[in-house]
Design a binder for this molecule. Structure first.
Ligand code: DGP
Length: 114
């Protein structure tokens, strides 16, 4: 989608540290990491947020989770644990309107989140 930061990143029009790309989902390191591992997982397809997902996209959502699992293994945090978050809309704290999953790990997470 024109004017979408993450569409431009998956299309390689903007630079990012890409760590996985299976042609459907791209994983990049967050530019402003909040934990030793902070990876963003996003589909090529422009979907505004989790609030826009339809049952036809169930496989895509599952794919995001599996790529997150692979990254957690590669980063050595699958045993220590990690957090998966997707922010939705204003109150969810979403700043980029292209569906993405945050994978955070490498330190102890707090609860409740801010
Ligand atoms: P959210 O607030 O949930 O929409 O998360 C957006 C995340 O995207 C935030 O953690 C910062 C990250 N981010 C914003 N711009 C860029 C960028 O240009 N490159 C990378 N790698 N991450 C970005």
């Amino acid at each position: 989608m024109n004017g979408c930061l993450f569409c431009d990143i998956v299309a390689r029009k903007l630079p990012a540290e890409v760590i996985k790309d299976d042609g459907v989902v791209v994983a990049i390191r967050d530019v402003n990491p909040q934990a030793p591992t902070h990876v963003l997982l996003m589909p090529y397809e422009h979907i505004t947020s989790a609030a826009e997902l339809t049952p036809a996209q169930d496989a895509l959502w599952a794919r995001l989770l599996h790529i997150a699992q692979e990254v957690a293994i590669d980063d050595g945090i699958v045993t220590s644990g990690y957090r998966l978050v997707t922010n939705v809309g204003r109150d969810g704290g979403q700043t980029v309107a292209h569906l993405h999953l945050h994978l955070l790990g490498g330190r102890r997470m707090r609860w409740p989140p801010g």
